[in-house]
Design a protein around this ligand. Sequence first.
Ligand code: ZN
Length: 499
Amino acid sequence: MNSTRRALLPVLLCLSLLGSQALAAPPASAPPPQSETSRLVATFLGETPLMSDLQSLVDEIGGRATGTQANLRAVDWALARFREAGVEARKEAFRMPVLWLERSAHATVRTGNVLFAARVAAMPYSTGTPKGGLTAPLLLVGKGTEKDFQALGAKARGVFLLVETEELKDIEGLFREYKEAAEIEQRAVAAGVAGLVYMGSRPNNLLYRHSVSLGERNTRPMIVMERDAALRAMRLLKTGKALTLTAELDVQSGPAYESYNVIGEIRGATRPEEIIVVGAHLDSWDLGTGALDNGANVVMLLDIARQLRKLGLKPARTIRFALWNGEEQGMHGSWGYTKTHEAELDNHVMAASFDIGCGRITGFFSGRRPELSALVGQALEPVRGLGPFTQVDEPIVGTDNFDFMLHGVPNLVANQEPALYGPNYHARSDELDKCDALQLRLNAAITAALTYGFAQMDSRLPRHSRAQVEELARTSELIEAMKSFNLYEAWTSGKRGRK
Ligand SMILES: [Zn+2]
């Protein structure tokens, strides 16, 4: 699918950068100086440290779950990178509500005198088990629907339930997984299970981390089991064999602690109090090294800040390059930012998030603000050759635009072709080689145009009131989405979002 596109894009890019101006220039006069945006965009066609930065972050630091030493090293790494580029940078503390990390996870399945090991990953916020593991019967619960649980009835009490999954193909499948998991886990807790076992949905027995939907309130072991082992267990159970599962999960948990966002800032020349935020999360899960999720977008934003400085461009508005932390465990860094900077939020003109790997940016989710979509179109005009761009005017939940949205700040999420994002999401295989370097460069050009465009344009949209955000929630699928990410209560109770 991508091969044709790969061949086409550079051609289109050249057309957009050179063609329009060459055609517009009056004959026999010197060509007009390139616009600032064109100069900025063109730098990503030259040599920039984009990919060497990504390699350094993912190979030298590696997986950087919030709460680890590697995560703290990533914070220092990002600060140093901004400063080397001459960009003013600081770390800003915020509170992580609990520590959760996996040290190790093992499982064995037994029937009669047959025993086999199954590779497993503890799901974030799974509880640990005693040393030597927790042993209980393993039963099937189909796909974990209401009907499946009813069929099991009281037999679900005190056992491990194995949930059958379909193989994950795309991002829609990922959102479906999140939505279904929230319902399955509620039913499992109500049924009094000992623990929950998801059949891994990824091909090639890839393991991945999928947060428990109950978050830190979870009270049970929950694991993902490599697909082939889970299929074998399922086949044995279907032939009537009795199985037990021993799961040994060594989980490090602890109380609230401080973590840090890294904010690189280029101060506005004429409207410094007005702020554009472009953000990507620096933390990652730790089975792989977080190249697609989300190292790629971190180094992309770093490079845009670097090139802006190098060219000496002076945006009218202040641009903050926000490298969020604590995203994977509940978007805590961006939430923390909206608390720390609450007094400034009226002056936040736009906050954009980039979090779908290295696939082509196809447009932006603009949260039911058609006038915002129009401004995005205007900002992307200088890179229209990298399109077409289609704005999706719906709210999206699952990344760091969330608290800006709940605070009524005009917010965007880059919509991207899934490329290799889906199967590698939070998985062992999220490594450097999954990122298409050329496409990341083109995304940098698109994002630079968006960022600089919003920093320069005369128009700006007002922040929405709480009533307007409530209206958005009522009239879109926002409430359902918040529920599936265990975020709805934080909004209704006033813990998160605009008062
Ligand atoms: Zn992410």
